[in-house]
Write a protein of this length. Structure first.
Length: 303
């Protein structure tokens, strides 16, 4: 709706030629000239509710006629709704452009497609160290990060995981891990590891944790003195491929649920194949978690 149009304030049109007040009568020879609404609203600041009621004595009835929509409105409520409607507003806008000599917009024209912002490409071939050397934000807990490389193909990009309790679902490329070690969640988990007796950590805001991380890193010499040698480097083809083949939606919680499902599945290697004893039965040989079994089966579970 046009900001100048406000039925509550008695303004229904903002220019001539949009709407008229017309009159009709049951008498054939009775006529009264229509009045443009711009003049009518200037003369009548508050339209009475019974304005369009038919006079039973004279049979004269006033009504509103929208020139741009070519429709009649015979009461105040429909008039207010009409001038707020999208169709009416659009046609008034087109009429205004016509009066000003501007080209008319094509009706029912398809909306212009918004160009999608091009997502910048990330060079996943860079190591985490190379990325963090350009990072001025506080970075903590690099000693809990593991870097996996493929010894059989040095051109494969490195992959990373975080071993910190509460962050074990964090894994991916150097870009993924860079974003992780800068996050408040990682910082909070780091401080919980460093100060397990500090009960205040859970109630600190993100801003408090960020400030605490910045002060801690500054106390260690700042970003210039970061020790990247503490990142654990693993050169193992099998472990690298296992990590690379993870589903993008992998989380530690889902992985544990899959293990639980494997234990409960009939014929699982987590059941005692020699004695047929199911989970939770004490065999006298030993237990692995809640699973009884032989030494070989305990080794399988540990793997």
């Amino acid at each position: 709706m046009d900001p100048m149009v406000d039925p509550n304030a008695g303004t229904y049109v903002e220019m001539e030629g949009v709407m008229e007040v017309r009159y009709s009568s049951g008498k054939v020879d009775w006529q009264k000239a229509p009045e443009d609404f711009i003049h009518f609203q200037a003369r009548v600041r508050e339209i009475p509710d019974n304005f369009c009621h038919k006079d039973k004595m004279t049979t004269v009835q006033a009504y509103f006629h929208c020139l741009v929509c070519d429709c009649q409105l015979k009461s105040l409520r429909p008039l207010c709704d009409h001038v707020r409607g999208n169709k009416h507003v659009r046609k008034v806008f087109m009429k205004k452009r016509q009066i000003l000599g501007l080209p008319l917009e094509q009706q029912n024209a398809p909306k212009a497609k918004k160009l999608k912002k091009e997502i910048p490409r990330v060079d996943v071939g860079l190591t985490l160290r190379q990325r963090l050397q350009e990072c001025g934000e506080p970075v903590l807990g690099l000693e809990y990060v593991t870097e996996f490389v493929n010894p059989d193909n040095p051109s494969d990009h490195p992959l990373y995981t975080c071993r910190l309790e509460g962050c074990k679902s964090a894994w991916g490329t150097s870009d993924d891990m860079q974003n992780h070690v800068k996050k408040t969640k990682h910082h909070r988990c780091f401080f919980r590891k460093m100060f397990p007796a500090d009960s205040r950590l859970g109630g600190l805001t993100c801003a408090d944790i960020l400030k605490m991380a910045a002060e801690y890193e500054e106390g260690q010499g700042g970003s210039e003195e970061r020790d990247y040698e503490v990142i654990l480097l693993v050169r193992d083809y099998q472990k690298y491929m296992k990590l690379r083949d993870r589903k993008p939606t992998w989380t530690e919680k889902n992985a544990l649920l899959e293990v639980e499902g494997e234990r409960d599945r009939p014929g699982s290697r987590f059941l005692n194949r020699n004695s047929g004893v199911r989970r939770g039965t004490n065999t006298g040989v030993g237990r692995v978690g809640r699973v009884g079994g032989t030494e070989r089966e305990r080794k399988d579970c540990e793997e």
